[in-house]
Design a protein. Structure first.
Length: 436
């Protein structure tokens, strides 16, 4: 590269400026030097929804949207999904390296012994209506954990952060299972420390009167793979919320509650629930063309399709499709899969989707599996939040370690009025009366 910089001419002043290029970016702050006179504030960059803005340096997750590549700490997602347990991947995200056997055993032990919840949380959750949306329950309950761990406010202490990271990774499945049991009116099930992370989650979901819960190995592995696929995804909307709220030095429980709230949106993690509702609305293959006409007219979106970064097939969707077949051997085939496969086939041949580079994303097939496992659509995003907790926390910890990071506070382009003359209420009333 001859020069890693860019030269800009300000045609207002005919002055030129040379800005350094680093990692394919120019520092936004460098534009402040481009002024019309010394009193001028200088130029800002304007990027609604951060479509083209890097907010941080991170070594956690690498995405190549054009090639459909996803790596956690440099390991391809396909390799991790095939060979690892979820806790192994959570360790990788948090510490940056895959654990050896001893490290993994210690890590699993540290998580396992923190799965119980304070009785206050149980009583708190009993206050929700029988039909409360589980994401509303999860977001609220995670925030409520903040009141039980006041030490968590010491966010600049790495050891303290790790303590909270362990607590949250351990407790999020317990909270999630309690949301599920609340929704079906069953008593809560205590964690069983003899079981693996995923098997224990299944135990807290589905154990009834039997003395010991025995997880179906195929379903346990499928959940493990789904958890690995959902664990992190660089600077997505909810991770941005985690970093932004965390940047004010809010504790990790309140920050993660905000991240989960962001995830609940239908354009983000809430899409998996909307995909199922879309497939139910379509109902049969022969009604796919009519639905796609509504998508192309802009009336509805094809939920589970499209991505801000992937302009190719989401690598996670490919693995989820394969996992679906494993699950269906146990649960029986979910007929929604046939509609989804036909919908994908038709969409990928349609110019509207081709020119916009719209492909299935992680949410397109995951809900079909979850439904086959017996989950209701409103619970699907909870199943996304559980593993993403590890990613949110790894990103939050990385932010606190980054000397360049400080409280997030964007600027704006002000479009409102200025210096308006104040009118007393009587004068305003008189004007309104005059207008009749
Ligand atoms: C997740 O960011 C992450 O990494 C997220 C995630 C993670 O792991 O954290 O990967 C998880 O959130 C996956 C995305 C789940 N959401 C959905 O499936 C909802 C449906 N998808 C869309 O809402 C949309 O694709 C987004 C929100 C995912 C991305 O939106 P962008 O990047 O803002 O793209 P855009 O809205 O600017 O779309 C570009 C064009 C537009 O058409 P034109 O205005 O140019 O004519 O593509 C169209 C859009 O209308 N378009 C769609 C579409 N997605 C984009 N048209 C129909 N159906 C869609 N799904």
């Amino acid at each position: 590269m001859p020069f890693d910089n860019v030269t800009i001419t300000d045609n207002r002043t005919n002055r030129t400026y040379t800005l350094p290029i680093e990692h394919g970016t120019v520092r936004s702050a460098d534009f402040r030097n481009i002024r019309t006179d010394p009193a001028d504030f200088g130029l800002m960059t304007y990027d609604p929804a951060f479509v083209n803005t890097a907010s941080c340096r991170s070594s956690i997750t690498y995405l190549d949207g054009e090639r459909g590549i996803l790596e956690y700490r440099g390991y391809p997602i396909e390799t991790l999904a095939e060979h690892c347990s979820f806790l192994e991947v959570a360790y990788l995200l948090v510490f940056g390296e895959l654990p050896d056997r001893t490290e993994l055993q210690d890590w699993a032990s540290e998580i396992t012994r923190r799965t119980m919840l304070h009785e206050n949380i149980r009583k708190f959750m009993e206050g929700f209506r029988y039909d409360a949306h589980p994401m509303g329950m999860l977001v609220s309950s995670v925030a409520a954990l903040s009141t039980l761990y006041p030490d968590a406010k010491h966010v600049q202490d790495p050891a303290n952060r790790l303590q909270q990271i362990k607590r949250l990774i351990a407790k999020i499945p317990t909270i999630a299972a309690m949301c599920y049991r609340h929704g079906v009116g069953f008593p809560y099930v205590f964690p069983d420390n003899d079981l693996s992370y995923t098997e224990n989650f299944m135990n807290m979901l589905w154990k009834m009167a039997e003395p010991k819960y025995a997880a179906n190995a195929v379903l346990a592995r499928a959940l493990e793979v789904l958890f690995i696929l959902h664990a992190d995804h660089e600077q997505n909307c909810s991770t941005n919320a985690m970093r932004s709220v965390g940047s004010s030095q809010a504790d990790p429980y309140l920050s993660l509650s905000a991240a989960a709230a962001a995830l609940s949106g239908p354009l983000h993690g809430g899409a998996n629930e909307q995909v199922l509702r879309m497939l139910e609305e379509i109902g049969s293959k022969d009604r796919i063309p009519a639905y796609l006409d509504r998508v192309k007219s802009g009336e509805v979106k094809l939920m589970g399709f499209g991505h801000r970064v992937y302009k190719n097939y989401d690598p996670r969707a490919k693995i989820i499709k394969w996992t679906a077949e494993q699950v269906f051997r146990v649960t029986g085939r979910n007929p929604k899969l046939d509609i989804a496969l036909e919908l994908e086939r038709i969409a990928l041949e349609d110019e509207y989707f081709i020119e916009r580079k719209l492909y299935p994303n992680v949410d397109f097939y995951s809900g079909i599996i979850y439904q086959a496992m017996g989950f209701k659509p409103e619970f699907f995003t909870v199943l996304f939040a559980i593993p993403r907790t590890a990613g949110w926390l790894a990103q939050w910890d990385e932010m606190h370690r980054d000397p360049e990071q400080k409280i997030a506070r964007p600027r704006q382009i002000y479009t409102g009025e200025r210096q308006r003359a104040f009118l007393a209420i009587e004068e305003r009333q008189a004007i309104a009366a005059a207008k009749g």
